[in-house]
Design a protein around this ligand. Structure first.
Ligand code: PLP
Length: 372
């Protein structure tokens, strides 16, 4: 079996599994209880938060644990827009965001009367800081862009956008779900006010993530207890949080070597594919973790099915649309909704757990399938 769909989710690392199981076995207390069971659990929660805060170089109090990237995105966008609508009703995002961002903005537009500008990529398929600048208005209160795209791996100009928002009232939210644990991410240096991350993309457990927020001026999604600095009620998923902190810590300790390893994997694969007739769906600076390609005239659904039959897992795009066989909204923005390329895209996404043997098996089987 060969798993090349790491942008959808990653297998948990050994360190993360051990940290998760350790809490499940030994620390069942409720972190809000005042007896020793609770205090022991609260210590794990505190340590996990501090570990992540140290990696991001932020204050531990500015981190809110969530059920994943979707909740972090919803909290930042919906929570900030609704709490600050007195300052303006205009919001900016891009048209290539994950659906957890796009649909939240659509909800704010349709149900709360916000005006939303969905900035499109330029002719080269790239979102530029200049296009964000052009969309800015005095009544813009929030700009939300992803750090790296989940379908193409494109890296957005976060630092430039952060700089241009430096003297504007708009808060800056970054969906860093695909970047966290792969490249250094320091929200303070980048002028970021809100940042979302999800553990299952960096070898942690599913159903857990965090939101960095440098302001308290946002509404919560859920109402209840005072957990998470009163921003997110409900007893914390301590085992998963501990597993997430262990996974991020491990990723961070090996950040550079993992990055270079994955970069080499991608280069090797491109080398192996040099005699194949394919084109790249690559636009501007791109994470080495994602290779999005197409074979002219080859239907990607059929190709995926045939690869799956021989135990190779790749994808056409984001996990939510993959099952529903909807064309990629990202490539549709770039190529136009009638482009035949929307039926040809194949996303191969790597992690440091992949080997060159995996790539060889992929290429051998691809050759066989395309040759039939
Ligand atoms: N944002 C991006 C860019 C993603 O790739 C994903 C997951 O596919 C999410 C948000 C949602 O994260 P989660 O699965 O933790 O809800």
């Amino acid at each position: 079996m060969v798993y090349l769909d790491n942008a959808a989710t990653t297998p948990m690392s050994q360190a993360s599994i051990e940290a998760t199981i350790n809490v499940m076995k030994n620390y069942f207390g409720n972190p809000s209880s005042i007896h020793s069971y609770g205090r022991d659990a609260a210590k794990i929660l505190r340590n996990s938060r501090q570990t992540i805060a140290n990696i991001l170089e932020v204050k531990a109090d500015d981190l809110i644990f969530t059920s994943g990237g979707t909740e972090a995105n919803n909290t930042a966008i919906r929570g900030y827009a609704l709490a600050n609508e007195g300052k303006g009703k205009h919001l900016i995002t891009t048209s290539i965001e994950h659906h957890s961002v796009l649909h939240t903005f659509e909800y704010l537009r349709d149900r709360h009367g916000f005006e939303v500008t969905f900035v499109s990529p330029n002719e080269g398929g790239v979102i530029t800081a200049d296009s964000i600048k052009k969309a800015l208005r005095p009544d813009t209160i929030l700009v939300s862009t992803m750090y790296a795209n989940n379908e193409t791996g494109s890296i957005l100009p976060i630092e430039e956008i952060g700089q241009l928002l430096g003297n504007h009232q708009a808060a800056f939210h970054v969906d860093a779900v695909q970047a966290m644990g792969k490249i250094p991410v320091f929200p303070k240096k980048l002028g970021i006010d809100f940042l979302s991350a999800s553990a299952h993309k960096f070898h942690g457990p599913k159903g857990v993530g965090f939101l960095y927020a440098d302001t308290n001026k946002f509404d919560k999604l859920l109402y209840g207890g005072d957990q998470e600095n009163s921003h997110r009620p409900g007893t914390e998923n301590l085992a998963a949080i501990s597993g997430m902190a262990a996974a991020l810590n491990e990723a961070n300790e090996n950040l550079e070597s993992n990055f270079n390893y994955v970069k080499d994997l991608k280069e090797d694969l491109l080398q192996e594919l040099k005699d194949f007739d394919f084109y790249l769906n690559q636009f501007g600076p791109t994470l080495p973790h994602v290779l999005n390609i197409g074979f002219e005239g080859i239907d990607h659904d059929l190709l995926l099915m045939r690869l799956d039959l021989v135990g190779i897992a790749v994808s056409t795009g984001s996990a939510c649309t993959a099952g529903a066989t909807l064309p990629s909204h990202v490539l549709s923005e770039i190529y136009g909704q009638n482009s035949p390329k929307l039926r040809e895209n194949v996303r191969i996404s790597f992690s440091e757990f992949n080997t060159s043997e995996d790539l060889k098996k992929f290429v051998q089987n691809l050759e066989k399938i395309l040759g039939d």
